[in-house]
Design a protein around this ligand. Sequence first.
Ligand SMILES: [Zn+2]
Ligand SMILES: [Zn+2]
Length: 334
Amino acid sequence: MFEKLLKELEDLQNNRVSIPVKSDGDGYVDRECPNADCLFIFKVHEDDWRDIFRDEAVFCPMCRHEAKSDSWWTQEQLKHAQEEAFKYVSSRIDQALVAGARDFNARQPKNAFISMKMTYSGHALSTHFMLPIPASEEMQLKINCKKCQARYSVIGSAFFCPSCGHNSAEETFDSSIQKIEAKIRNLPLIRQAVSKVSKDEAETTCRSLIESSLNECVVAFQRFCEVVFAEHSPATKLKFNAFQNLDIGGDYWQELLTESYANWLTASELKQLNLLFQQRHLLAHTEGIVDQKYIDKSGDHSYKPGQRLVVKEKDVLKLVELVNKIVTILRTKL
Ligand SMILES: [Zn+2]
Ligand SMILES: [Zn+2]
């Protein structure tokens, strides 16, 4: 009476169950770094995943971990696939059991002294229709690898092309800066739109966008410096977040190029750059509340300890201009 079930199990074992994976609105599918210390989530364009990526090796854009193409499923995708596969397999087993019970009952002699009837209380009588694995929301920063042309997208920034492993620091820096400029440019629109709901929220949203831009600008600069520095001086072990700190980062350039920020910027530009870096530090570590250390390090006496920083659009644009100036010079020197 279990022939149907055994046959079904054998069939399930021999045939792969495949679950479709959906791409997002821009045609990108989710991927996740299998390195347990990293688990960086990014996206790759579905056409390029098929046409450009190689099965033997895919790289993590963040840590450059290398693994075969089938090891990049995200936790979400695996969870969804597991659930769908479970529903599908259970529905087929249910069906086989119901059919087995029906056959068993049909084979019972009509006038037997003892009669046996088999019932199966399963629920799914039709084969489960597998739902495609949904894609997460589009990621803003889209990068096109200069070397292999593969398209991928990340949140924040990345170092490496997932397809060829090429170091993408330069492309990433440029796109991060463009994104920051676009964000600042769009602030009046955002303010206007959110004001319709609440004026308070409009101010909070815009302030948080401005402040996060300051941070993104420093991070983009830091990553660019780390990567190009390591390319030219691979033996030097950089201190953690070295280029977030102008003194430490400046010393590294001095050692490598025998010149540094003070040679590339005017005294007032360097002072302003230092002040904006210190402000970013405050935003990241004290939620923008001024302390004595900030005043000493930045030379900014317009605040007293305990006050909250006020960052404006023009400050972000100034920081963009200054880091761009340094990066342009570094590009000609390296
Ligand atoms: Zn990784
Ligand atoms: Zn590439």
